[in-house]
Design a protein around this ligand. Structure first.
Ligand SMILES: [Zn+2]
Length: 316
């Protein structure tokens, strides 16, 4: 980070939101010549960020400054979108984190830049949003029935967790990474902004071994769930329900659900031909499925090869 004497600063593009008329410093983010200019307030930066505070204290004397719109320019290498998110969080404070679920890449960018620029308040506010996506308890996991999207973000989260030392998210994040195509696991994920997130060789090994562990557990759990010899005690359509349930194992194999890498996901029972069974039998199956996977949640860190790194993981 430095105020560079570069004529290209004249081509800076003013950011639509963070270009405050009374701002007294311009942050130029992203590669030249199309860097984005954020005109902000030094006191806000100083107040929240140890790194910005130190840097602003070293701004050279007036005659040595590069200026844009009469403000000193501070160039940073971060992507402009990430910087915009950090500034939004700094200016809006806790309100930025309330209400709607923040997009996962916003959360990752905030945690990354908050660590880089030493902004503990943002780290504190953003961390629950990360932990919500990658919970440690089965009830939290099961409670959020929305499918994690995009799954590639889990790979980016693992990279960030390794960089910043956030081991608690690793079991759930690596579990999601196991759902990705092998090509992405091996070669990494190119984000929309061009940034490449790539796993270390050690983590690639964990994921490949993890996939095998998950597939075995999934098959074992499904076999147990689908092994139904009697319908629900409240069943009034035994002659319909029982044959459907007995056939289900074959249907699971045919629809590739039997050996998927997803033992901790709800199985789409409709694909198993379950639409004809009665509600009590349906509930019985759902309960059995829950019981079948709930008991294995404590094994997730070991399945993903990170048990030594995760303290306090639920043991039952
Ligand atoms: Zn029934």
């Amino acid at each position: 980070m430095a105020a560079l004497l570069d004529p290209d600063f004249r081509k800076l593009v003013r950011h639509a939101e963070h270009y405050h008329n009374d701002g007294d410093i311009v942050i130029a983010a992203g590669p030249l010549p199309n860097s984005t200019a954020f005109r902000v307030h030094m006191h806000i930066l100083r107040e929240h960020s140890g790194v910005f505070k130190d840097h602003l204290a070293q701004i050279p004397p007036e005659e040595g400054l590069v200026k844009f719109d009469n403000c000193p320019v501070m160039a940073v290498v971060d992507h402009a979108d990430d910087m915009a998110v950090l500034l939004s969080a700094l200016y809006k404070g806790p309100g930025f984190f309330e209400g709607a679920k923040l997009p996962i890449f916003t959360v990752l960018a905030l945690l990354d830049l908050a660590a880089k620029y030493q902004v503990p308040t943002i780290t504190q506010l953003a961390m629950p949003h990360l932990q919500f996506r990658f919970p440690t308890t089965f009830n939290e996991w099961w409670g959020d029935d929305s499918e994690f999207e995009p799954v590639e973000a889990a790979l980016s989260a693992v990279v960030l967790a390794r960089k910043l030392g956030i081991p608690t998210i690793l079991p759930a994040a690596l579990y999601y990474v196991c759902q990705l195509p092998i090509k992405t696991i091996l070669h990494g994920y190119h984000r929309e902004d061009g940034k490449l997130d790539k796993l270390s060789n050690e983590d690639i090994e964990k994921v490949l071994e993890g996939k095998e562990n998950l597939m075995n557990l999934n098959a074992k759990t499904n076999m147990w769930v689908l092994d139904i010899k009697v319908p629900s005690t409240s069943c009034k359509t035994r002659n319909i329900c029982l044959p459907v349930m007995k056939r289900a194992a074959h249907l699971f194999v045919e629809t590739r659900q039997m050996c998927a890498y997803k033992p901790f996901h709800w199985v789409d029972l409709n694909e198993g031909g379950y639409e004809d069974i009665c509600r009590p039998c349906w509930r019985m199956l759902c309960r059995k499925r829950w019981d079948g996977i709930h008991g294995h949640w404590c094994e997730l860190p070991a399945l993903m090869g990170v048990e030594a790194e995760v303290e306090g993981w639920p043991q039952e």
